[in-house]
Design a protein. Structure first.
Length: 223
């Protein structure tokens, strides 16, 4: 698997720059199959958007936010009085999360983490199901972090996206020779239609499929 330093290098510039204009200063995740996914960096730096506000209302106990970025969800959970910890491989992301008052840890999500087996909820949103390029392994990691009956709230791609695994990289700037390309890292994309077999392979159960504002979230339960 690609190391955390390479993954962080891919997203570092995007996380540090709140601009997400599609004409200039934009950031794109470019997948090995040629798909270019715009990275909504300004959204990451703002408050939780309505779609995520609705999803995280399902969190009622200690929550770990995997791939927390600038910490908008971790901070929002803490403001509700919940114990919340963000985890991100990017040092820039962790600095930004802490700057907005969130508790955040600079660490690979697959490395040892506090409270393993005791979290009530785990968040894996904003495409973070792609981390490491192995969705089953990542969801098994979520299952290991949760206490029995705990839930993972996971964002997946829209129906029909299927499963893609391979190498990706981040491009920052205009679509021309001036754009900066980050290092390649392993990534994945998973369509929501695959949630059943994916969850089963990871030892989780599908509790709900939650379409919100043209985005697709699932709630998975650790038995």
């Amino acid at each position: 698997m690609t190391g955390p330093a390479v993954l962080a290098g891919g997203f570092e510039a995007a996380l540090a720059d709140p601009a997400d204009r599609p004409d200039e200063g934009a950031h794109w995740l470019v997948l090995g199959d040629g798909v270019r996914v715009p990275l909504p960096v300004r959204r990451w730096h703002g408050p939780p958007e309505p779609a995520l506000t609705e999803v995280v209302q399902r969190c009622s106990g200690p929550t770990i936010d995997l791939g927390c970025g600038p910490g908008r969800l971790t901070a929002a959970l803490a403001e509700r009085g919940l114990v919340a910890l963000g985890v991100d491989v990017s040092a820039a992301a962790v600095r930004l999360a802490r700057g907005r008052g969130a508790a955040a840890l600079h660490r690979d999500v697959l490395a040892p983490l506090p409270g393993e087996g005791r979290w009530a909820h785990a968040l894996l949103v904003d495409g973070n199901i792609g981390i490491g390029g192995d969705p089953v392994r990542l969801l098994r990691r979520c299952a290991g972090l949760l206490r029995p009956g705990g839930t993972a709230l996971v964002e997946l791609a829209s129906p029909g996206a299927g499963l893609w695994r391979g190498r990706a990289y981040v491009v920052s700037g205009a679509r021309d020779a001036a754009a900066e390309r980050g290092p390649a890292f392993r990534w994945a994309r998973v369509g929501v239609e695959l949630v059943g077999p994916l969850a089963s392979a990871a030892g989780l159960r599908v509790a709900a499929v939650l379409p919100v504002d043209r985005r697709w979230f699932v709630e998975l339960v650790r038995p």
